[in-house]
Design a protein around this ligand. Structure first.
Ligand code: NAD
Length: 260
């Protein structure tokens, strides 16, 4: 599987899963736009990739909830490299709270980052994909695209919603050569997850160790975290897969936590 000379755009790529995907794509021969809210971190990530693969990465300042910023970011990538062949809509955050005390503002923020972000980036890249008659769009879902957990009403709602967006875009865009798929990771040890451990311990009244062993990994087959490299391999597989045979699909990678 390679992405030789493909132009890729990964949102939320300054950290965690997105960063690992950016490195994997560059190693597979792609050019990678590192789009993130945090421009300095995105630039540092691009510099690190360019040190290994000269000219392979650029940093793009982008708040995925802001239509103008999304459009300007995509336009900058197209101005530099001519098109976008692969979009990975990955930027995301987590806010946990019981439903009765979940602030409405937090609910709206969660849906904006996960769903508006996926919609706006898709809308911005797809005309370029249509023009060339090909493209791959990946959404970063979660086991929570298929299962629910307490305290995560907004996250579970948003991640389920990505399946609907993926399937709709697959039907609209398939005849024009564009495919869409969702990757659904189990728990991956990134800053997003590290932040949740003390928060969940407090909300659930258990120790941080119990949060990791019981809440996060208790339903896996082996008590192991999924890794950023596991997800980067899947992101390469979906981006490089050569036909529309795989479109509108979602694949769970969670050490057996979810088998649905
Ligand atoms: P992370 O916190 O390491 O990275 C997320 C990145 O997104 C950060 O660089 C952040 O600056 C960026 N970001 C946040 N809001 C943004 C915005 N509005 N616009 C642009 N960029 C923004 O988190 P991660 O664990 O790598 O998560 C990446 C994706 O994977 C998320 O969609 C998350 O829901 C999903 N996911 C994570 C796990 C896990 O266990 N870590 C599991 C399943 C799914």
């Amino acid at each position: 599987m390679n992405l030789e000379n493909k132009i890729t755009l990964v949102t939320g790529a300054a950290s965690g899963i997105g960063l690992a995907i950016a490195h994997r794509y560059a190693a597979a021969g792609a050019k990678v736009a590192i789009a993130d809210l945090k421009l300095e971190a995105a630039q540092a990530a691009a510099d690190a990739i360019n040190a290994e693969h000269a000219g392979a990465a650029m940093a793009v300042a982008m708040d995925v909830t802001d239509e103008d910023q999304v459009n300007a970011g995509v336009a900058a990538v197209v101005a530099a490299w001519g098109t976008v062949d692969v979009l990975v809509s990955n930027a995301g955050i987590q806010i946990v709270n019981p439903i009765e005390s979940f602030a409405f503002a937090d609910w709206k923020k969660m849906l904006a980052i996960h769903l508006d972000g996926a919609f706006l980036t898709t809308k911005a890249v797809i005309p370029h994909m249509y023009k060339q008659g090909s493209g791959a769009i990946l959404y970063m879902g979660s086991v929570h695209s298929k299962e629910a957990s307490p305290l995560k009403s907004a996250y579970v709602t948003a991640k389920h919603g990505l399946l609907g967006l993926c399937r709709t875009v697959a039907k609209e865009a398939g005849p024009k050569g564009v495919r869409t798929n969702v990757i659904c990771p189990g728990f991956v040890r990134t800053p997003l997850v590290d932040k949740q451990i003390p928060e969940q311990a407090k909300e659930l009244g258990i120790s941080e160790d119990e949060v990791v062993k019981k809440v996060m990994l208790g339903q896996t087959v082996d008590g192991e975290f999924t890794t950023v490299d596991d997800i980067a391999e899947l992101a390469l597989f979906f981006a490089a897969f050569p036909s529309n045979a795989l479109t509108g699909q979602s694949l769970v990678a969670s050490h057996g936590w979810s088998m649905g």
